[in-house]
Design a protein around this ligand. Structure first.
Ligand code: 4AZ
Length: 246
């Protein structure tokens, strides 16, 4: 997160760290992306966070990735479901969404605590200009590498036609994505934040309105972050998650 602040304990309880290691290797898990807990056994993340044949785990309830914290829950991923229309071109990423099914029994995987909670799914489009929140352990303005501490920032939803203007992203934008940030630059998501939440307040609940997806570098003028439009995928999410009743 460019231009962010440290997240206080329990403030983003749906934030997930997605970590991978080569199958059957003895190496440690490496954090690669963010994610969002939407049910006890289900995490939403970006499609481009799913690389082939890796062992995957998620860490919940964590603020500092380098420390083992008493609030954290580490859970293995049983299955990664990549959207069937996921597509990456030189210019953009389309349908950039995936679901992770967590290991557990009787529909309980993550345990709800003060530090681990689900985010709601949105039920309607939200207005341009609305202020929402992004978070992650991705690159910051100082380092270019990831941040040890979970960071958050406020961003504004940007009008779709505005963001499709030639001096911003032009015609590569489609309705599976939207832009958010500050056209002046300076506050943005960045590499390593992918798959993590953009949440907005809707009916006094935090809803996961977007997933960090792509952008032209980070924090630049007229190059806001681009987010997967979760409302476009509500039927897909419901059909993929209800089969197991968890
Ligand atoms: C990335 O490389 C990336 N500024 C993620 C988000 C943004 C840019 C790049 C948005 O994963």
């Amino acid at each position: 997160i460019f231009g962010g602040l440290k997240v206080p304990p329990g403030a983003v309880p749906w934030q997930v760290s997605l970590q991978v290691k080569p199958k059957n290797s003895n190496r440690r898990f490496t954090p690669i992306c963010g994610g969002v807990l939407i049910k006890s056994c289900w995490v939403l993340t970006a499609g481009h966070c799913i690389q082939s044949s890796m062992d995957r785990q998620v860490v919940l309830g964590s603020l500092s990735l380098n420390d083992v914290e008493p609030t954290e829950q580490v859970i293995q991923v049983q299955e990664a479901i990549l959207h069937e229309n996921y597509r990456e071109t030189r210019e953009a990423v389309y349908n950039d969404i995936a679901l992770l099914r967590l290991e557990g029994t009787d529909g309980i995987c993550a345990n709800e605590t003060q530090f681990v909670k689900t985010a709601c799914l949105p039920d309607a489009q939200l207005p341009d200009g609305m202020e929402c929140k992004i978070s992650g352990w991705g690159a910051t303005e100082e380092s270019q590498t990831g941040s040890n501490h979970l960071l958050e920032a406020n961003v504004m939803l940007i009008n779709q036609e505005k963001c499709a203007e030639p001096d911003i992203y032009g015609r590569v934008l489609d309705d599976t994505m939207f832009c958010a940030g500050h056209l002046m630059g300076g506050v943005d998501s960045c590499q390593g934040d992918s798959g993590g939440p953009l949440t907005c307040e809707q009916n006094t609940n935090s809803v996961v309105y977007g997933l960090v997806s792509w952008g032209d570098k980070c924090g630049r003028k007229n190059k806001p972050g681009v987010y997967t439009r979760v409302t476009h995928f509500l039927d897909w999410i419901k059909s993929e998650t209800q089969a197991e009743s968890s």
